[in-house]
Design a protein around this ligand. Structure first.
Ligand SMILES: [Zn+2]
Length: 306
């Protein structure tokens, strides 16, 4: 199976990278949409969970490779991985993301910039990784008792970018938001002073910019790639799957769903008018697509039908 879907935006070579899978409650993923409607789009398992991708974006930029979001990483417990149905084991590195990067011809040490849409564990978990401790000489198993495993940056030569407000938000959680923000995903980046903290919309590199897209969380951002009159948008959790293109199909996880609604109306309106390529981070099948106006709402369109 290929882990890479490549496409071009003007002169910029881009790759959608399959970082693995997770499973989340279908009802929570579709908010107020009734199950008979959403299960036609993505069927649920016997625990009412639906399969979701952990897709990232790699842009080959003249300043160096730029990686957008980093999946779940390898730091979580077996219990956590079972609850969220995480399948992201790697053969060339800590996770499948490193395998996908290799398929795209990129080593973790090459990555020059990491941009996080936000700091939820399924978007920033792969910012860091845990190294196995030494092996027990008798059993050949990792010797977990004698050495505390150390968390390291997955991309040791990269600058990491996120909205300043999002880092503040991740550090000051309440009972509703705490489960999604795990400090080992972002504090090691702070510890080595590797954050480029963004404030609002703006260019990160020539051709790569961010737009604030609040709703899911207050400082969520989408990542824009623009060159030669073409535009691609990494939607992240603004529109996690192609099933979430219709305006009222909004996740129950979103902290401010009515804000998401207005953000979607604005962003998808521009995407439809300008024919943007859209990258769906969590869609289990469709990495890319476009949207077209559909009455007052929007509909998904496959990329090659334009
Ligand atoms: Zn999220």
């Amino acid at each position: 199976m290929t882990l890479v879907t490549s496409f071009r935006v003007g002169r910029l070579q881009c790759h959608a990278l399959e970082g693995g899978r997770q499973r989340l409650d279908g009802g929570a993923m579709f908010g107020v949409v009734p199950k008979p409607l959403w299960e036609k789009r993505i069927p649920a398992d016997d625990r009412n969970r639906i399969p979701l991708g952990l897709r990232c974006l790699l842009v080959e930029h003249e300043a160096g490779p730029v990686l957008v979001d980093t999946g779940i990483g390898n730091k979580e417990s077996d219990k956590f991985r079972q609850i969220y149905g995480v399948e992201n084991a790697g053969t060339k590195g800590p996770t499948q993301l490193e395998d996908a990067l290799a398929e795209a011809g990129c080593k973790p040490a090459d990555v020059k910039f990491v941009i996080n849409s936000h700091l939820h564990f399924d978007h920033a978990g792969g910012n860091t990784f845990v190294e196995d401790g030494p092996t027990d000489r008798r059993t050949g198993e990792p010797d977990r008792l004698s050495v505390r495993p150390s968390v390291r940056l997955s991309f040791p030569n990269a600058t990491y970018a996120v909205q300043k407000g999002e880092l503040d938000f991740a550090r000051h959680t309440n009972e509703r938001t705490a489960a999604s923000y795990l400090a080992p995903n972002f504090e090691p980046v702070s510890a080595v002073d590797r954050w480029n903290l963004l404030e609002g919309d703006g260019e990160v590199l020539p051709g790569i910019s961010v737009i604030r897209t609040p709703g899911h969380v207050p400082h969520h951002q989408c990542i824009m790639v623009r060159d030669g009159g073409e535009t691609a948008c990494f939607l992240a959790d603004l529109v996690p799957t192609s099933a979430h293109v219709p305006l009222p199909w909004i996740m129950g996880y979103d902290l401010e769903p009515l804000v998401t609604f207005e953000t979607k109306r604005r962003v998808l309106g521009q995407a439809a008018a300008e024919g943007w390529i859209l990258v769906f981070e969590h869609d289990p099948e469709r990495a890319l697509g476009r949207v077209v106006q559909d009455g007052k709402s929007f509909a998904y369109q496959a990329l090659d039908t334009r």
